[in-house]
Design a protein around this ligand. Structure first.
Ligand code: F6P
Length: 541
């Protein structure tokens, strides 16, 4: 059973606090000047991924104490508990087994006395055969044509992960159009439907619970659109349900053959590896979907088996805790130097902030230290022309993960890739070293202006340099952040796998919706009442 240990009461936390006094004003530039081997000391090379964390405000001693902290809170046991199907999601009384979805070994994975592997393997087979039938055109529309488009209707984890992966694997795509509807926004819904032909469109209704209002209401509108477009004939051939609630999907009108399973041991934000990722498989083919899973599985093995000193997700988590809890840096940026990873920060936001946005310890008391970091980001180089100015010369320190690829997917003669990557390397170098003294432009002779052109550097960053963006490396990259998230939750002594806050928001929205429908606004705080009354009076004017 997962232990309840307040990290701030541990010996290593106490030592880290003292150590922080020594480190607080240490400049990374000096650490590099003192140690020409620093980069070779602070990096991990694993498979096709190089993780350089030398540009951080750490010494060997910092690392040792952070690793001690991980050991003192029982991280090793917490990792094996997760993989072994222990009910570590205590508040929902569930196991946490997204890792089992990408485990291709013969080893059973028991939750209590039930082997979940059988149902996982059966679902993978179902995804494979449906994908093959669909792409080949054997699975036909209600009037015998080949499907041209797929709409994935889902929200949160039933949307962000698959959408991010399908974008990222653009170079592996077939010619099937894949569209995502998540928001309850008529303007966007109908703008999307107007461009599609219901006669050749398949709709995936993806909802673990099959009760999420946004998804179900959108699905109803889309089902209506199908009914009109198909003259009510064979509508069920055009619908697939992915859910843990088989009965609800069938009640909705999905044919029993077209329901794909989900299970309570897979959280929404960790579910793209299951049939929730069906849109990925349809867009890039089952083989590439499996490659994605295999990449994640390789990272799982690395996470499970490496010592903490060589363990990339553990190191990333520890560095983040060092900044969040000792330096007081509240946010972290993730900047992938690949346009195709445009949706990656959004996926991480749900994964990390929904998981670790918690303020109670595992025994239900308020935490007396900071937990979940704020995650944000955008792709480079574009981000440099948007918010990097604040990184360089602002008053806040924001640790950054730079993610880049050694080789582009398509090697061309006049490639821009070196330009992209020169920016990638140049930015972390500038953030480390800054620029004081001699100016960097012709205006530097003007003493009045030169101080504005100084920047002091000492801004921390991690660099993840990956061979190339493939389904396998993408799978590993996503899994890396999943495990970083888990490690942080363990150290912060919080439960990372529930989301009661979001659920309460859903509940309030439902009540307000019925007030709007009845035109009677109940008692709220004065601001909410004022806004609701204004909305009602202006509506349809
Ligand atoms: O946002 C809250 C949440 O419960 C997420 O955790 C989940 O991914 C999303 O809603 C969608 O839930 P469902 O798949 O059940 O429709």
């Amino acid at each position: 059973m997962i232990r309840n240990i307040n990290p701030s009461g541990t010996v290593s936390w106490h030592k880290l606090r003292n150590h922080f006094q020594e480190m607080e004003y240490v400049r990374m530039q000096d650490l590099f000047a003192e140690d020409s081997e620093r980069a070779s000391r602070f990096h991990v090379k694993w498979n096709e991924l190089l993780f350089d964390y030398s540009k951080n405000k750490i010494s060997e001693e910092t690392l040792r104490l952070l690793v001690d902290l991980a050991e003192e809170v029982g991280l090793k046991k917490a990792i094996s508990d997760m993989f072994e199907g222990v009910r570590i999601n205590v508040t929902e009384n569930r196991a946490v087994l997204h890792t089992a979805l990408r485990d291709f070994s013969d080893k059973p994975i028991m939750v209590d006395s039930f082997d979940v592997k059988n149902e996982i393997v059966a679902a993978r087979k179902q995804i494979k055969s449906f994908t093959e039938e669909f792409i080949s055109g054997n699975y036909k529309t209600s009037n015998g044509q080949k499907f041209t488009d797929v709409i994935n209707v889902g929200i949160g984890g039933s949307d962000l992960g698959p959408k991010m992966v399908v974008n990222a694997l653009e170079n592996y795509r077939n010619d099937i159009g894949v569209h995502y509807i998540s928001n309850v926004d008529d303007d966007y819904l109908y703008a999307t439907l107007d461009k599609l032909d219901p006669k050749t469109t398949l709709v995936l209704i993806v909802s673990k619970t099959f009760t999420t209002q946004e998804t179900i209401e959108n699905a109803k509108r889309i089902k209506g659109w199908l009914e009109v477009g198909l003259d009510g004939v064979g509508v069920d051939r055009h619908m697939v349900g992915v859910t843990a609630s088989y009965e609800e999907a069938v009640k909705f009108g999905v044919s029993t053959d077209n329901v794909f399973p989900m299970w309570d041991y897979v959280g929404g934000r960790f579910s793209l590896w299951s049939a929730v990722g069906l849109s990925i498989s349809l867009a890039v083919g089952y083989k590439n979907f499996e490659e994605l899973l295999l990449g994640a599985n390789e990272l799982d093995e690395h996470f499970k088996n490496s010592s903490f000193e060589e363990n990339i997700p553990v190191l990333m988590a520890l560095l983040s805790i060092w900044y969040n809890n000792f330096y007081g840096y509240e946010t972290e940026a993730v900047v992938p130097y690949s346009q195709l990873l445009e949706r990656f920060p959004a996926h991480l936001q749900q994964m990390i902030m929904e998981s670790n946005g918690k303020n109670k310890t595992r025994d239900g008391y308020p935490v007396n230290y900071q937990t979940g970091t704020l995650i944000w980001g955008e792709v480079g180089v574009s981000a440099q022309h948007a918010f990097f100015q604040l990184f360089h010369q602002g008053t806040k320190v924001i640790p950054i993960d730079f993610i880049g690829f050694v080789n582009p997917f398509i090697g061309r003669e006049n490639s821009n890739h070196d330009i992209l990557m020169s920016n990638f390397f140049g930015q972390s170098e500038a953030l480390l070293n800054g620029k004081v003294g001699e100016g960097y432009s012709e205006d530097s002779n003007n003493e009045n202006l030169s101080s504005f052109k100084e920047f002091y550097g000492n801004k921390p960053s991690n660099t993840l340099l990956i061979e190339s963006l493939t389904p396998r490396s993408l799978g590993a990259l996503i899994a890396l952040y999943e495990h970083k998230t888990y490690v942080q939750g363990i150290i912060w002594n919080i439960f990372s796998f529930d989301q009661f806050g979001v659920e309460y928001g859903k509940f309030l929205a439902k009540n307000i919706q019925s007030e709007i429908k009845q035109g009677i606004i109940n008692k709220h705080d004065s601001s909410t009442s004022f806004l609701l009354n204004y909305y009602l009076s202006e509506k349809n004017h």
